[in-house]
Design a protein around this ligand. Sequence first.
Ligand SMILES: Nc1ccn([C@@H]2O[C@H](COP(=O)(O)OP(=O)(O)OP(=O)(O)O)[C@@H](O)[C@H]2O)c(=O)n1
Ligand SMILES: C[C@](O)(CO)[C@H](O)COP(=O)(O)O
Length: 225
Amino acid sequence: MQRAGRVVALIPAAGMGTRLGLPVPKAFVMLRERTLLQRSVSAALASGVVDQVVVIVPADLAAQIDAEYADRPEVTVTVGGAERSDSVRAGLAASGPDTELVLVHDAARALTPPALFADVVHALRDGARAVIPGLPVADTLKRVDTAETVLATPDRSELRAVGTPQGFTAELLRHAHSGGGDATDDAGLVEALGVPVQVVPGDPLAFKITTPFDLRMARLLLDES
Ligand SMILES: Nc1ccn([C@@H]2O[C@H](COP(=O)(O)OP(=O)(O)OP(=O)(O)O)[C@@H](O)[C@H]2O)c(=O)n1
Ligand SMILES: C[C@](O)(CO)[C@H](O)COP(=O)(O)O
């Protein structure tokens, strides 16, 4: 089915990044002269499939980031909430009513290739209502109890490590978030509605910069490029 409506990328950047252990909210950490957020906004716009970017930032940085993007009418800045899902809902509220497709993309996945945004949008335009990038897992995964005793070894051939951008029809994502609720990703809220979620091949460069090791890895990758 062909869809031609507006595509909005929501970029949650309001997290504190406690696992990174730096005195700056994670999205504002510098990665070779540009912040994680700046890199993620650029990647979304460079994809050629995104009409509007909504960045969701901590309240005390909103005026500064708004000024930074003052000459970019395609970039809107809004204030996030306590949990990632709250920040996504703030971004949805700031998206125009004419939005047809929404991509939710972590600012923390700062090295994501623009082509991944296009892959997700193409799968939506082919008719899927929910699309997420996923990669096979290389490690054997164990389910454990609170004492770290192994309970089970899931069959890893059935598992995917999923990232962002996660794409949805705007109608579906608004419905999934309408009851509030929290999930570690947006697809989780859609799954709870019983709607099929399609996995497309992810890209290892879209890894989430979460720990000091990840930040070091990102810097090394940029040095290499
Ligand atoms: N209340 C929140 C929490 C997270 N995020 C964003 O969601 C993305 C993924 O979250 P994560 O990597 O877990 O970031 P943090 O929550 O900041 O990290 P930590 O759990 O280490 O504090 C990040 O771009 C982060 O800025 C957000 O916008 N609002
Ligand atoms: C949305 C996400 O990036 C998919 O892998 C991830 O779940 C976000 O993690 P968080 O720690 O809950 O922010």
